[in-house]
Design a protein around this ligand. Structure first.
Ligand code: C2E
Ligand code: CA
Ligand code: CA
Ligand code: CA
Length: 273
């Protein structure tokens, strides 16, 4: 199979060339967008399950690629990861999110962090620096990480998380239930919150087994004595179910789509009355 692979690589494949060219162009455009500050952030409400009040927001990055239109972060984050751009992108997002949330003292802010950022031993230092510069209390900031990198590098991950937690920052495990986490294994990282993946919430109306799967996953997360957020809530029925199963925070289109900062400000002002 190895031989065949090597042979195949030497064959001229115009489609592969085109792919590579497009990828290079995307990477260049992304580099310019980061350097030019052309990425933007939108904010999705995090809702308290009991009071239905907005208690925080998750920052999500957006890129309107010139001549192409919006590109999904599911597409350009992986490109940033493999091309050395993720640190600059992550720094931009963190700084922008912290500066923005200052105008909403009643809200906490969740920011997604990529494995490529975690890998830098100085990550905790630069997070502290950004928070100081923005003059924001660390306890209002949650960094969301997925489990992929932790499984490869449990040692380093544990160290990074420990340092961040010493600063007072909260760490959430994102996309729980979409991978292969063993619960005993996750215990050692000291997560402050677990976010249940949207894929588990999606089909509970149609299928009892899906509903049971969701319930079991929330129960598993809760067995660690860690607060649980459910994401991807699109219907009232889903909201009721996940609250019943024990999630204390809800997120999804049913409560609010990711929106520009000005919209969040409007909601905050409304809530203040
Ligand atoms: P995620 O962290 O799991 O973020 C949740 C995603 O689900 C967001 O997609 C959000 O718009 C979407 N979503 C929220 N509620 C609903 C719902 O009710 N229904 C449906 N169908 N979708 C919902 P988005 O913004 O496209 O982001 C996709 C992923 O890209 C994120 O998944 C995250 O992994 C990554 N990402 C986004 N922004 C950043 C960032 O600033 N830094 C890093 N490292 N990753 C980011
Ligand atoms: Ca997230
Ligand atoms: Ca997620
Ligand atoms: Ca996700």
């Amino acid at each position: 199979a190895k031989e065949a692979g090597r042979a195949r690589m030497t064959l001229y494949d115009p489609a592969m060339d085109a792919d590579r060219e497009e990828r290079n162009a995307l990477e260049l455009d992304l580099r310019m967008a980061i350097e030019g500050g052309d990425l933007t952030l939108v904010y999705q409400p995090l809702i308290d399950a009991a009071s239905h009040e907005m208690v925080g927001v998750e920052a999500l990055v957006r890129w309107n690629r010139p001549g192409h239109g919006p590109v999904s972060p599911e597409v350009f984050i992986p490109v940033a990861e493999t091309s050395g751009l993720i640190e600059a992108l992550g720094l931009f997002v963190l700084r922008k999110a912290c500066e923005t949330v200052k105008q909403w003292p009643e809200l906490r802010i969740a920011v997604n962090v990529s494995p490529g950022q975690f890998r830098n031993p100085a990550f905790a230092d630069y997070v502290r620096y950004v928070l100081r510069q923005a003059d924001i209390e660390p306890k209002r900031v949650t960094l969301e990480v997925t489990e992929g990198y932790m499984i490869q590098n449990p040692q380093r991950t544990r160290q990074a998380i420990e340092r961040l937690k010493t600063l007072g920052i909260k760490i959430a495990l994102d996309d729980f239930g979409s991978g292969f986490s063993s619960i005993g294994y996750l215990r050692q990282f000291g997560f402050d919150r677990i976010k249940i993946d949207r894929s588990l919430v999606m089909d509970i109306q149609e299928s009892d087994s899906q509903r049971e799967m969701l319930q079991a996953t929330v129960a598993l997360a809760r067995s660690l004595d860690i607060p649980v957020t459910a994401e991807g809530i699109e219907t009232e029925e889903q909201a009721i179910a996940v609250r019943l199963f024990g999630c204390d925070t809800l997120q999804g289109y049913f409560f609010g789509r990711p929106m520009p900062a000005e919209k969040i400000t409007e909601l905050v002002l409304e809530a203040r009355g």
